[in-house]
Design a protein around this ligand. Structure first.
Ligand SMILES: Cc1cc2nc3c(=O)[nH]c(=O)nc-3n(C[C@H](O)[C@H](O)[C@H](O)COP(=O)(O)OP(=O)(O)OC[C@H]3O[C@@H](n4cnc5c(N)ncnc54)[C@H](O)[C@@H]3O)c2cc1C
Length: 472
């Protein structure tokens, strides 16, 4: 049988290899460590966790990442089985003994009769005689391979991002303070003239905000991260603030061309703009607010902004060196490179973020390859499920629009979160018949989302006979 080649034995590559081998395919897994190291990995183990040992919340009723845990377990995931077997106490989170976990994954894969592990870098495009390949080389993909993929995909650059801006759940923004308006009411291509949410600041609020930014704790960086240059025009806001107290007011926080719909006679001293980040309109990103402030400091400082006092963040800002594809443009719906469909991508290189998300995209890439190899139609999980919502973000859910300054909107990696799911009808009253409010209302909504996801995921598995695959 012609083997399927998987490049990269991280979270995604390990899961992809496992899913295919369990379904009876022959797999060659290529991992470059220890022959060639990355800047972050420390061992030669497969599925090494490079930083925290947490798989985050294991609550599949109230948390989107907990829901992915559930879906992966349904599919017989190796990553979840090894995590469960090497769990350490961490409250409602799933945290693991990182060495025990990585050793278990390595052993399961190397012992599998259908898998051969080859150590060594794939330093360029896979040879043409490899029929089907999954590339799961992660955020630290070796330079030779990333350059080759770049050339093949026809993109100007594999996206290397430095500082990223926070993303806020729309429903947590106070619309009694924020208002919709594009600067100078410009309609632009595909716009309405009301494409931004604007949060106004008076002079005192602006000065207090600048003080907080200048005093804010910035994250500690590894040396290789500290040496990563910033892109022009993408400086962290605290660096801009340190260049002069007025810099932000003349940059991303300029108030020009905007009239506060709630107080039309009062000219704001500064304005924070948020731009729709997904097609559903459930997520908004803070325009120009890329930052390397520590997470706790970010939440405190950004909640000083009028309208964002109760903001819930789908993603906080951060600074990473990262290699990822412009997936909505270059990949098809089953993660294949449009320019060379024998190459399928998985893991963080596709534009998801996080261990569990990477494993789940690896799981999907493996399952899609199984479907393709057996000549079946490739059917992805519905967008109402956690894996389907994440896949939707990667392969096309993100809207790419002009930012008003003439620059195209960009695709950015993301953790799974409820903002990626289509809206759901949630119960308005509790069991006692009383109207649900506040936290109870939010809980009911999340429960409705996860209940729907579980039903739809089970139906998808059943339609495709995937239970059989998981049990084998
Ligand atoms: C510094 C850093 C800290 C992070 N901290 C966290 C965290 O705390 N929590 C979290 O959830 N996520 C974290 N992430 C994100 C994390 O990397 C991903 O969540 C996850 O590891 C990505 O999985 P992956 O399988 O896509 O890539 P990886 O797990 O990185 O696996 C990719 C594998 O491919 C191999 N490889 C690369 N190029 C080649 C080649 N040319 N030939 C052969 N093999 C190759 C690498 O050696 C590696 O083993 C962090 C990322 C970085 C860079």
């Amino acid at each position: 049988m012609t083997p399927i080649h998987v490049i990269g034995g991280g979270l995604a590559g390990s899961e992809a290899a496992w899913q295919m081998a369990q379904a009876g395919l022959t797999v060659v897994l290529h991992e470059m460590r220890p022959v060639r190291k990355t800047d972050a990995h420390q061992t030669d183990g497969l599925a090494e966790l490079v930083c925290s040992n947490s798989f985050r919340s294991d609550d599949s009723e109230q948390n989107a990442v907990g829901l992915i845990h559930h879906e992966l377990r349904q599919l017989g995931s190796l990553i979840m089985a090894c995590a469960d077997a090497h769990q350490v106490p961490a409250g409602s989170a799933l945290a693991v003994d990182r060495d025990g976990f990585s050793d278990a994954v390595t052993e399961a894969l190397t012992q599998h009769p259908n898998i051969t592990l080859e150590r060594g870098e794939i330093a360029g495009l896979p040879p043409s005689e490899w029929d089907k390949v999954i590339i799961a080389t992660g955020p630290l993909t070796s330079r030779a391979l990333s350059n080759a993929v770049l050339e093949k995909s026809g993109e100007d650059a594999l996206a290397f991002f430095d500082a990223i801006a926070p993303i806020v759940h729309f429903e947590s923004i106070d619309l009694n303070k924020a208002w919709f308006q594009s600067r100078y009411d410009k309609v632009g291509p595909g716009g309405t003239g009301k494409d931004y949410l604007n949060c106004p600041m008076n002079r005192d609020q602006y000065e207090a905000f600048i003080d907080a930014l200048l005093a804010g704790d910035t994250a500690d960086f590894k040396e290789w991260e500290a040496n990563t240059p910033y892109f022009d025009g993408c400086l962290p806001i605290e660096i801009m603030a340190s260049r002069g107290r007025e810099t932000l007011r003349h940059g991303p926080m300029k108030p020009m061309g905007l009239t506060n719909a709630h107080e039309p006679d009062i000219k704001p001293y500064a304005v924070v703009q948020l731009r729709q980040d997904n097609a559903l309109g459930t997520l908004y990103n803070m325009v120009g607010f890329q930052t390397k402030l520590k997470y706790g400091a970010q939440a405190d400082i950004f909640r000083m902004i009028p309208g964002l006092e109760s903001a819930q963040f789908a993603r906080l800002g951060g600074l990473h060196r990262n290699t990822f594809l412009n997936s909505p443009k270059v990949l098809d719906g089953s993660l294949r490179l449009k320019a060379d469909p024998r190459l399928r991508f998985a893991g963080q290189i596709t534009g998801c973020e996080g261990y569990v998300e990477s494993a789940s995209v690896g799981c999907l890439a493996g399952i899609f390859t199984v479907m393709e190899t057996s000549g079946r139609e490739i059917i992805a999980p519905p967008e109402t499920t956690a894996m389907g919502a994440l896949l939707g973000h990667i392969t096309g859910g993100h809207i790419s629009r002009n930012d008003g300054a003439g620059k195209p909107g960009s695709f950015q990696p993301m953790n799974v979160n409820f903002g990626l799911f289509p809206p759901v009808e949630a119960p308005k009253t509790g069991e006692d018949g009383k109207r649900l409010k506040g936290k109870e209302k939010a809980k009911a909504k999340k429960r409705a989302m996860t209940d729907r996801a579980k039903v739809d995921f089970a139906a998808w598995m059943s339609d495709l006979g995937l239970q059989k695959l998981a049990a084998e």
